[in-house]
Structures are given as structure tokens and as C-alpha cells.
Design a protein around this ligand. Sequence first.
Ligand code: WQD
Length: 326
Amino acid sequence: MTWLITGGAGYIGAHVVRAMTEAGERAVVYDDLSAGLAERVPDGVPLVVGSTLDGERVARALAEHEVTGVVHLAALKQVGESVDRPLLYYRQNVEGLRVLLEAVTAAEVASFVFSSSAAVYGLPDVDLVTEETPCAPMSPYGETKLAGEWLVRATGRATGLSTASLRYFNVAGAAAPELADTGVSNLIPLVFEKLTENAPPRIFGDDYPTPDGTCVRDYIHVVDLAEAHVATARALQASPGSALTLNIGRGEGVSVREMIDRINAVTGYHRPPTVTRRRPGDPARVVASATRIATELGWHAKHDIEDMITSAWEGWVHLRPEAARS
Ligand code: WQD
């Protein structure tokens, strides 16, 4: 099997490439390097620089590398930006997927793993979100992920393509400092940024209906997430015609305040947070039921919050040595 991994030069993509190759799978990276870094692509793994909107380029890559499976991670993922630029998000995330699927079906690729998101659920009013929880995305980003799932499922039904949509919860951590997320748009790096500016970390609202009033999320280590892709790829290979939709989380909720306390302890900054107003569109609680992926694939998360924060901090300091506390 040779897997084309779109977005494989990105933060999550690079971890998926690493896990797939360590599991003995052949990988080819397809990435437009708009956010990805070429140096994240391991020696021996071919890199094809291109957009999934370029159908001819994709088709050539599928043929040249005799691709039998695709893991599609290339997408725009900033929720706030998607509100301001919906047409950009629909073009990149939906049209880009449609063009890719056309090339995939023409080349008779057997398996397709799609990177979806917990954002498809919107404001789930349940303790644990299952894959049957109604999807009502709150942002154009979440809408593009749900539309992507529909495209993937419909294509699988029409052609026999084996498919899986993986709904990521809150991804954090790194396998190694040089693979850490370089973006500063999610909780953990945003808190790092405040701490290293000697400013108080911000809690976006503490009046939610949760135990400590702050939002609760399900954090998953990127290494566990990558391993879930290996397990999924193998499951699709083993049973042609599959159509899986799987949550990828730990099933354990952690509040913003708890996370900030843990981050303060790991980094040694110990700076109390300040509470600001709510961020529009934030659900109070989004925590996965991870039962289906455990049952279907035998996958379980192995890393805890401490691993995520510690490895993320090592990545932060790798790029900013001055941030380390003695
Ligand atoms: C987590 C919590 C914030 C920063 C997003 C996407 C989702 C997925 C994961 C791609 C929220 C609070 C944050 C800060 C804070 N991405 N917060 N102070 O919004 O749960 O999910 O990333 O698939 O699709 O929506 O993640 O890290 O932005 O926020 O209080 O400085 O931390 O309000 O409750 P989110 P996040």
C-alpha cells in the first residue's frame, strides 16, 4: 500500500506521516506548503508540492506513486477566519476535497481517510458526544467539515471506495520539539504566549454551566491521533467498502481553568489567569465518547494531559529558548 497524505507537511500531517512510515506503510506527501514545512517531511518520503484544487497534479501524483490509499488532511482550520472568509473555506475545504475525490475515483484508489472535526457537532448538549449526536456546526469551518463527510460518504456509496471520517477533538502536544504546532491559535500556545510575555493568561468566560464555570474540552495527544490514522488505514485496507465515522478523543473533559493551572505548573511561570468575556460560539462542553473507535479498531489513547502540555512546551522553547524558566 502506498498512501498519499495531503497536508503531510503540516503539524498533524507530519505526525501521521511519521506514524504511517514507522508502521511500515509507504507514504507520499502532497502539500502546497501554504502552512506546512518541507523540513517536516522525513528523508525517503517523496514530497509533491501542490494544491488539492489542481486535479491534474493530483492525478499525476496518484499515478506516478501508484497510490492505493489517501489520507486527506490538507484544509484551512481557523474557526474565526472561516466566519470572516466563508467562500475561501468552502473553496479550499469542500471544492478542494471534491477535486481530490474525482482524481481518487478516476485512479481507482481503494481507501480514503478524511480529517474531520468535533466542530461538526456545534453546541452538543450531552455529557459525552457520540457519533450519533446530531451535527449542527456553528461556523463555516465546521460546515465545510460536515459537508466533507457527506462528499466522502456519498462517493464511497457510489464507487465502493472504502472511507473513514475521523472527528478530531482538541489536538495538542508533539512527538518531538521540532514537530510541535507552530500556530498560536489554540488554548495551549495562546497561554504560553501570554506567560512568556509576562501577561496573565485569559479565560474566555467563567460563567458557563460547568463545575468551575469555564469551558470543558477533550484534549488528545497528536501522537495518539496519528496512531488512530494507522489503525483506520489498516481497517479500511482489511475490509473494502467500509464506511466509518469515528470520534478521536480521550473521553475525559478538562476545563480551561484546570488546563491553565497545569500549564503554569509545567512551565514554572505560575501566573494567575484573568477572566475576560466569552468568545462567541464556544460550547460549554465538548467531550468525546471514544467507545466506537475502541470497539471498531481496538484503538485507545495512551498519552495524558501532562504529556501534551510538556511536549507542547518543549516545542515552544525549541523555537524560543529565551522562554525557558531556569
Ligand atoms: C479551547 C477552549 C476557549 C484560548 C477549536 C476548533 C475545533 C478544533 C480544535 C480543528 C475554549 C478557551 C482559548 C484562550 C481561553 N480545531 N480559550 N483562552 O475552540 O475548543 O476548538 O480547536 O478541528 O474545530 O473549534 O479550541 O483551543 O480555541 O479553545 O479561554 O486564550 O479554551 O474559549 O473554550 P476549541 P481552542
